[in-house]
Design a protein around this ligand. Structure first.
Ligand SMILES: [Zn+2]
Length: 200
């Protein structure tokens, strides 16, 4: 998994879409939908939807065993835990014991096993490739993220009313927005209008 290959196009249920790079695959995964007020953003409706998401880059985990309903449900539980953990860390709040336990439980399963393809320069995943393994890989990435040097770079978008979370992997570490084309430009426009309003 290359850090610079993360990011997905997110769709707004009211229309429109934008590219959002959460900086880590596990964090991208946390934005595939949610519970409660975030249920309208759900993209994982069927087990096959999960398989399709996991098959996309940078993970590129093509399931050789169809995803089960049980795995989809486990995926959503893990997704919520990653979301909760990222927000807690971004706010410098301690993680709930339940959140920690959920991530650890997913990580305890066997992860995806890397495999060198015959050409010797391409990597894939050794079959059988199951969703539970991919979830373990995502949970392990989240553990590394929370316990590693970039944990202090986990942030919520600086825009009001934007709950998107990301890890700032940029060298200067000054990333503020989920996406420039969404919240960044909105902020710039507002600042410009405010300036124009005060100009004589
Ligand atoms: Zn935002």
């Amino acid at each position: 998994m290359r850090a610079n290959a993360t990011g997905r196009v997110l769709h707004d249920p009211k229309g429109g879409s934008f590219r959002f790079d959460a900086g880590a695959v596990c964090l991208d995964f946390a934005h595939t939908g949610g519970e409660g007020q975030y249920a309208v953003f759900e993209t994982l409706h069927e087990p096959a939807d999960l398989g399709e998401w996991l098959a996309q880059p940078p993970l590129g985990a093509f399931m050789t065993v169809p995803v089960t309903a049980r795995e989809l449900s486990a995926a959503k539980t893990l997704r919520q835990a990653i979301w909760d953990a990222a927000h807690a860390q971004a706010a410098r709040r301690p993680l709930l014991a339940e959140t920690v336990a959920t991530i650890n439980r997913a990580a305890a399963a066997a992860p995806l096993i890397p495999e060198l393809v015959a050409d010797g320069t391409t990597a894939g995943w050794a079959p059988p490739v199951r969703a539970a393994q991919a979830l373990s890989t995502l949970a392990r990435e989240m553990i590394e993220l929370l316990s590693g040097p970039l944990s202090g770079r986990i942030r919520e978008c600086a825009s009001d009313n934007c709950p998107l979370v990301f890890v700032d992997t940029s060298r200067p570490g000054a990333r503020r927005w989920c996406a420039m084309e969404r919240c960044g430009n909105r902020h710039k426009l507002r600042a410009l209008r405010a300036r124009q309003a005060t100009d004589p």
